[in-house]
Design a binder for this molecule. Structure first.
Ligand code: GTP
Length: 184
């Protein structure tokens, strides 16, 4: 399998590619999502991913295929992105406690021969988060750098009452959907 570029600074996305044994190098795409003024979650995550890809291609060529992605969490129709600080993380997590949450991940894979664009959603019905467990999680700083301050494989896992969709999508990269295209 050809080595690709993960055009992302995300540790989680790197861990996902390693889990699926996809050979890659990692480069930051260097796009500022804060520049986007889009309230619709699907539009936001798509344009953020397009922006990352465009930013990457301004700096690098396509000698190696490149993969960019973006993830947002939504609850009550709001976009819940990465928390700015612990208080923001508390607000964001409380919006998800006992609630239906959708996590949207968009990815764009581009090589000299193909371009794949995928936008997937994983829906969770969470039980109410235990107050002390939430406090301890907030003290841990694990919420930092995570869309929605959420870790579906970590803190949030024990509160999952129902789930529809891939866990990888919820973690930031729908790798299972990418794999068939890596041999093109
Ligand atoms: N471990 C973990 N990480 C998550 C989860 N949900 C979202 N994330 C991560 O949250 C981050 C969402 O922020 P993005 O702006 O999409 O990506 P980033 O980390 O800033 O990295 P770039 O691609 O360089 O922008 C990504 O790194 C996701 O992998 C989760 O449930 N578990």
């Amino acid at each position: 399998m050809q080595t690709i570029v993960l055009g992302s600074s995300s540790i989680t996305r790197a861990e996902l590619l390693n889990k699926f044994e996809v050979p890659f190098i990692q480069r930051d795409a260097g796009f500022d999502e804060e520049s986007l003024r889009i309230s619709d979650p699907a539009h936001f995550v798509y344009h953020a991913t397009k922006g990352k890809m465009q930013s990457y291609l301004e700096k690098y060529d396509l000698e190696m295929p490149v993969l960019c992605a973006d993830t947002v969490v939504t609850a009550n129709g709001q976009i819940l992105r990465k928390a700015k600080d612990r208080a923001d993380a508390k607000r964001i997590l409380e919006a998800q406690s006992g609630n239906t949450v959708s996590i949207l991940s968009c990815m764009i894979y581009k090589s000299k021969t193909i371009e794949l664009i995928d936008l997937s959603t994983t829906d969770y019905l969470f039980l109410p988060f235990d107050t002390k467990a939430l406090h301890d999680y907030l003290q841990s700083d694990e919420w930092q750098g995570k869309a929605g301050a959420c870790m579906v494989e970590g803190f949030c896992k024990s509160y999952i009452k129902e789930v529809v969709g891939l866990e990888s999508t919820a973690m930031g990269l729908s790798v299972e959907k990418l794999l068939p295209f890596l041999t093109f």
